[in-house]
Design a protein around this ligand. Structure first.
Ligand SMILES: [Zn+2]
Length: 415
């Protein structure tokens, strides 16, 4: 055989292997995000042929990642179709979240089933890297104690209220924790005693990812998610893909300068958006202690319901600045949906009119007409669920790797 023929054949072989892997990825993504689907639905969603779907599903079933089962007939004539369902116990991730007021850990199975979840309050003063890493390791040990020791863990995802370099999980700054330059990925690997891949990202970026895959923004292609607590974070989905910036530092909408005569911000600048719309701004204007947290915000909302002028005025201030900042973002990104998470989801009914009025005044009419502003649906767990999604991404990207016969890949300490 002449050399060029060998070359041609191996090219064709490589191409068909690339196509097979891409098709496997398409199928596992649909099943992971939409839940159980019939083969016909998979044909319609992926554009693959019926026989290709049958053969690729066979690979998932043989590897234990999926099962096929007869669907129950619901009064329709004809044979019941077979439903393909991912097996949540066949690939499991650990999700962690470091928020300002709490720490959380969860185990999530393939397909998005939350197998176990624990969230604990964290006093705001208790925020050294050592303390938090140790507390997270304790949470994980607690979770693992309830789970099968040979569980096929495939990765760890971490959401943190900070600015993160995606490539190596390096936290450049987390102003609300007082952190700078923390190699969180490496610190967690050591504390958890694991060689599993650990992916770290900003909490609002992951909240956006979770709302996009499983919450208020399902089916939308261009989404702006903003989340308020002490700080204000944002996550953008552009053309169906998360926008991260060159290193992962993108989406820091809370630090858009909006008021040159404004307050000093924790990031070192002055007049950032979060100094006008964050929890501190709301509480201070309503006459409550600015570090008071969620319970004080709830108190402000109760006062607003009874008509307290100070509470209503504070909410009006936040609503005005929310609309002001959103108008700029809407003009730049032309999203179809704005999802309000955290504090902003809770105060939405109180600030809706003022905020929408500012949008009417300031956003370009063409973009303004398109957008809906809605509260998030996944609540406080959105960033944690997004961390699980982040940890699943390598499998969704190239599931072929997980179809090979494998030894148990769990190595997280069980005690
Ligand atoms: Zn700032």
């Amino acid at each position: 055989m002449r050399p060029f023929e060998i070359g041609q054949r191996s090219d064709i072989g490589q191409r068909s292997e690339t196509v097979r892997r891409a098709n496997l990825s398409m199928i596992v993504r649909e099943l992971h995000i939409r839940g159980p689907l019939s083969r016909s639905e998979l044909v319609a969603l992926t554009g693959l042929t019926r026989s290709a779907i049958r053969s690729l599903i066979g690979e998932f079933v043989d590897a234990g990642l999926a099962t096929e089962e007869r669907a129950v007939l619901q009064g329709t004539p004809g044979r019941p179709s077979t439903l393909v369902r991912l097996n949540p116990d066949s690939a499991v991730v650990v999700a962690l979240e470091i928020a300002v007021d709490s720490l959380a850990a969860a185990e999530v199975g393939l397909g998005g089933e939350v197998l176990d979840l624990v969230r604990v309050d964290r006093p705001r003063g208790h925020s050294s890297v050592d303390e938090i890493v140790r507390d997270l390791a304790d949470l994980v040990a607690g979770l693992r104690a309830h789970r099968p020791p040979d569980e096929p863990l495939i990765g760890v995802g971490v959401a943190i209220v900070g600015v993160v370099r995606r490539s190596d999980g390096f936290v450049s700054m987390a102003p609300n924790l007082g952190w700078r330059d923390v190699p969180l990925d490496a610190r967690l690997a050591a504390a958890l005693g694991t060689t599993l891949p650990i992916a770290v990202a900003n909490d609002a970026d992951l909240g956006a990812l979770a709302e996009f895959r499983r919450g208020a923004a399902m089916g939308a292609g261009d989404v702006l998610f903003i989340q308020g607590e002490v700080g204000v974070g944002g996550g953008l989905i552009v053309g169906g893909k998360p926008l991260t910036g060159a290193a992962g530092y993108g989406g820091e909408v809370g630090h858009i300068p909006v008021n040159q005569n404004g307050e000093a911000c924790r990031c070192g600048s002055v007049g950032c958006w979060e100094t006008e719309v964050g929890e501190g701004a709301l509480l201070l204007r309503a006459g409550h202690p600015p570090g008071g947290g969620r319970s004080e915000v709830a108190a402000v909302l109760r006062e607003a319901e009874t008509g307290s002028p100070a509470a209503l005025c504070a909410l009006d201030h936040v609503g005005h600045w929310l609309g002001f900042g959103l108008a700029g973002l809407v003009n730049v990104f032309n999203p179809e949906l704005v999802v309000l998470g955290g504090l902003f989801g809770r105060i939405h009914p109180f600030v809706k009119r003022t905020m929408e009025g500012e949008l009417d005044r300031r956003a370009l009419p063409a973009s303004r007409r398109m957008i809906h502003v809605v509260p998030a649906t996944l609540g406080v767990d959105a960033p944690l669920l997004g961390a699980a999604e982040l940890a699943f991404d390598p499998l969704l990207e190239d599931p072929a790797i997980w179809l090979r016969p494998r030894a148990a890949f769990a190595d997280l300490a069980t005690a």
